[in-house]
Design a protein around this ligand. Structure first.
Ligand SMILES: [Zn+2]
Length: 652
């Protein structure tokens, strides 16, 4: 047989139709911590992330230049088929970006030692998404900006490819091998501090024959060795059913992404995780499931979101059913306010330290402060030696337009600076997580008591944030309302948004009278005799709102039958008290890491106990218009200065 007889064989095109995940199929993700205490393994992961970043950056640059060429070729694009021709000509398609990625791996021997073509092409797909969103408008005609080049710090995720669900043992890039049972038998007692890296089983099938504890593997090829990352699981008895749900059934495993999170305490400064996606719903604890099933679906409720508290009121949906008006108030108390202030001060100190450190490392980029300048002039006049200033405290050296002469990213940064910055970011992350957990918990308790059919005013929370800044960051009503929406949906209900102009809930009285009240007036007092907390009355009015189209806040109207029923409930059963006093929502809030500024519901009151709200209450500290010089951008200042009535509308 000579060389010419050899015919190149290839698989050819796939005859079978590709497997696709159904669009509405449920998916859920579990975060698995991988052990990188082994220095060789850690080096491997670091190199992998380095290579991915280099490749991603190259692809993002290419995407940017191709898009620029596309927009520059106006004449080519002007004809009917022009845009398509231009896209073809400048390589603006998924496949040509994939080809570019494969080309990079081919040409660079170094890249090939750390990643595969499959991974590179998958990365190209991700970059293509940004190009796609830039070139093609979405349903409402919005387009994203030009694809940008990301930074090293933002390059934190390596997307893996999904496992094949039609062919056995086909899982490119990262795969999960081993079993949960083997993990439990190997580490029965407690969470191991260090897990030995398992060796690849001998034989052709390699890792498919592995039956040890769970491990994430990126199989090697050619010069590239296997990347083996042992998984470390939590050991608490409460966690086990969740682990069983995600890890006990290998048939639902779908794909794995490798993710890193900056952590100054971890060796190398990064902690690594595998995000495993399964083709199933997420796990819900039995108690939460019971709570959701028990949520009263025959009630209608209203929510009045405010910058410092959340009032909820609900009543039976049937107007003829007597009584049954419930109210709750979720608010920030003084202890939480003090804790949040402490956290804010710590963060502020850290920021100042970061600023000092940057100035020390780049003294040439900052001017002297006025005081420092004065001192230098005085010394010069007195004929004294010129003193070196280690920390110039003036503004950044900039051109006439105020643009810094040197970009901030070109600054020299010390190791201590990077460490402190990472600490700062980690503290921010844990604070956000705690707030989210808190919001989820509050949402669940509200839905358990008031049912999943709630109405909230359709207000612009971003405008609140501009006006109130710090106060809103403490309570995060936006996060809370998002959590409520989700919780209502999973409990087979809906959180509806009602337009403020159509309903004006804070101006209404259950008797039918409508009167404006200033924001500082916290008590609702009407000629009909109804007296109550302003927010609670507004929430109760929210329970009377109905929408012609649930997706259109503008179609919200107050249902007169429900309003009459509400007035009757208040009058007949002496429930007027309920409006002035509100029961606190109950339940033990989740544990929150120390040093976080999460608001939580009032404690120390059960469902039976009621908390008297002093009716003569003045504006809560967060709601008084700020006396000190308003910060933030010019737009926010303008809103604040020109039209004080804006506050009323936004918070009504
Ligand atoms: Zn009235």
């Amino acid at each position: 047989m000579t060389d010419t007889d050899v015919v190149r064989r290839s698989r050819g095109k796939s005859k079978q139709k590709n497997w696709r995940r159904a669009k509405d199929a449920p998916t859920a993700v579990i975060r698995l911590e991988v052990d990188t205490t082994d220095p060789v393994t850690r080096r491997q992961v670091e190199k992998l992330f380095g290579a991915t970043w280099q490749l991603r950056r190259a692809l993002q640059r290419q995407a940017g230049t191709r898009v620029d060429a596309y927009w520059a070729a106006g004449r080519l694009r002007s004809s009917e088929d022009g845009p398509k021709l231009a896209r073809e000509r400048f390589g603006l398609s998924r496949s040509s970006l994939e080809q570019a990625a494969a080309g990079h791996v081919d040409r660079s021997g170094w890249l090939g030692r750390h990643l595969t073509k499959a991974l590179a092409m998958h990365l190209a797909d991700e970059v293509w998404e940004t190009v796609d969103r830039h070139l093609f408008a979405d349903k409402i005609g919005n387009r994203h900006g030009r694809p940008r080049v990301g930074t090293w710090w933002a390059s934190t995720r390596i997307p893996g490819r999904a496992r094949s669900h039609t062919k056995p043992n086909t899982w490119e890039t990262f795969r999960l091998v081993g079993s949960l049972d083997a993990y439990r038998t190997t580490f029965p007692a407690q969470r191991p501090s260090r897990i030995p890296v398992p060796a690849r089983p001998p034989g052709l099938r390699g890792w498919w024959d592995y039956d040890g504890p769970l491990t994430v593997v990126f199989p090697g090829a050619g010069p590239r060795p296997d990347l083996v990352l042992p998984v470390r699981l939590p050991h608490g008895p409460a966690k086990q059913s969740r682990l069983q749900h995600f890890l006990g059934r290998p048939q639902v495993w779908h794909k794995i992404d490798l993710v890193r999170v900056e952590d100054p305490k971890a060796p190398g400064g990064w902690r690594y995780y595998a995000h495993l996606m399964i083709l199933d719903h997420g796990w819900t604890s039995p108690s939460v499931r019971e709570q959701r099933v028990a949520a009263p679906r025959d009630r209608v409720g209203g929510v009045d979101g405010n910058v410092s508290n959340l009032a909820v009121a609900s009543m039976p949906a049937d107007p003829t059913a007597p009584g049954g008006l419930h109210t709750s108030m979720v608010a920030v108390d003084d202890v939480q306010r003090a804790a949040a202030e402490q956290v804010r001060l710590t963060a502020r100190r850290r920021q100042r330290a970061l600023d000092r450190s940057r100035r020390n490392s780049n003294p040439g980029q900052y001017e002297l402060s006025k005081r420092q300048q004065k001192r230098a002039t005085r010394r010069a006049d007195a004929g004294l030696l010129v003193r070196q200033v280690p920390t110039p405290l003036g503004p950044r050296v900039a051109n006439a337009a105020g643009i810094p002469k040197q970009a901030y990213r070109r600054d020299r940064l010390s190791a201590a600076y990077r460490r402190r910055r990472a600490e700062h970011a980690a503290a921010g992350r844990s604070g956000t997580q705690a707030k989210q957990a808190r919001a989820q918990h509050i949402a669940r308790t509200v839905v358990t008591e008031h049912g999943p059919n709630l109405v909230v005013e359709h207000t612009n929370i971003r405008a609140w944030a501009k006006l109130w800044g710090r106060g809103i960051a403490l309570f995060s009503p936006g996060m809370l309302i998002a959590a409520l929406k989700l919780e209502c949906a999973v409990a087979a209900g809906q959180l509806l948004r009602a337009g403020t102009t159509q309903t004006a809930l804070s101006q209404q009285c259950p008797c039918g009278v409508r009167a404006k009240k200033p924001l500082g007036q916290r008590t609702h007092r009407c000629g009909c005799g109804i007296v109550g907390d302003r927010d609670v009355v507004a929430a109760a009015m929210g329970a009377c709102v109905q929408l012609a189209d649930p997706d259109q806040p503008g179609t919200a109207r107050i249902n007169e039958t429900l309003r009459a029923a509400l007035a009757a409930r208040i009058a007949s059963t002496g429930l007027q008290e309920v409006l002035a006093r509100s029961t606190a929502t109950t339940g033990t809030p989740p544990r929150v890491p120390a040093g976080t500024a999460a608001p939580h519901q009032r404690r120390g009151a059960s469902a039976e106990q009621t908390r008297a709200v002093t009716t003569g209450r003045t504006a809560t500290p967060d709601e008084t218009p700020r006396k000190r010089r308003p910060r933030g951008n010019a737009r926010a200042r303008k809103l604040h200065a020109v039209d004080p009535g804006v506050e009323l509308r936004l918070n009504s």
